[in-house]
Design a protein around this ligand. Sequence first.
Ligand code: PMP
Length: 401
Amino acid sequence: ASTWANVKEGPPDAILGITEAFKKDSFPEKINLGVGAYRDDNGKPYVLPSVKTAEDKVVESGLDKEYAGITGVPSFTKAAALLAYGPDSKPLKEDRIAITQSISGTGALRIGGAFLQRFYPGAKTIYIPTPSWANHKAVFSDSGLEVKQYKYYNKDTIGLDFEGLVADLKAAPSGSIVLLHACAHNPTGIDPTPEQWRQISDLFKEKGHYPFFDMAYQGFASGDTDKDAYPVRLFIEQGHGLVLAQSFAKNMGLYGERVGAFSVVTESAEEKKRVDSQIKILVRPLYSNPPVHGARVASEILNDPQLHKQWLGEVKGMADRIIKMRALLKKNLEELGSKHNWDHITNQIGMFAYTGLTPDQMDVLAKEHSVYATKDGRISVAGITTGNVKRLAEAIYKVKG
Ligand code: PMP
């Protein structure tokens, strides 16, 4: 028999399946709201002007193509830490944050999972919200962690199930690792309020839980990189240790360049040094060292005051367009006479709207209206434009009323 005779065909990735179905559809006004990548108001991918300028600078500087160190391009990781933790960050000033460049956010999560699996002194279990980014479970279980869940979403209110979240995290054994989306929770677009974050921080203290922050959308949620980093900085102010995964896919539009960082907030510079050495030992057999180009581009943007400022304006531009499309979608639904309450569309934040549509309704949306998105009712607001919002609202209205 063939060596691979026992390899069974696995299910295709849910998002890729949607893209396939979308491509096959010959209807000219078809709409793809599946993939989480920003589109401009013409529905086209967007390369940020600050990125173009930074790329030109990188090319002009004539750098060689030698390997980076195991933890990547230092000017990039230093600036990434500053962006996340802020200029007033105590652990940053005290030089006790270990950071490594990573293969975007996914790679940061995977290094984090592997690091916790190897060194976390408590149970090797991570709690993720229900629902969460579709890849979290696979990333962490492939890292050797057991994955459990805590309540997050209330389908009746299409809002946060804060009581459920608190109850589940209280019931979890003390010292559990808990994954938190720093901002723009994917897929729901529902974040805790600042007051709720304070309560979550208190609960973590009470229970001795260990936070793993996934920050894939810094700046992209509100248009303000400091505002979006609030929970991470709050937890640090409150004295928590934590680990953090950062991605520059969304906020710099560097999706395919795979630019990210993983960091560990430790208790002392001496501890940082030990942690850093073990991160290197962990990364070396995984991929030796990360690619340099994207990190150099991000580094140019973050370290050049003028480019940095320009970039912040462009991030805000993307966030604002999305916020505008939320309002337009809601307005169109109301004008069509929909009796449902669509406030959640504008209350939610970030790339996605969690519509509350059922899997059956999503099916009809695709088959009868050529509107493609995931079965859980999540639509990528970044795929909505002033040109397609009316037809989208009509389709949703016909399906749901
Ligand atoms: N975490 C969350 C919550 C995400 O939504 C994403 C991207 N969709 C990622 C991590 C990682 O993305 P990337 O690897 O492209 O940075």
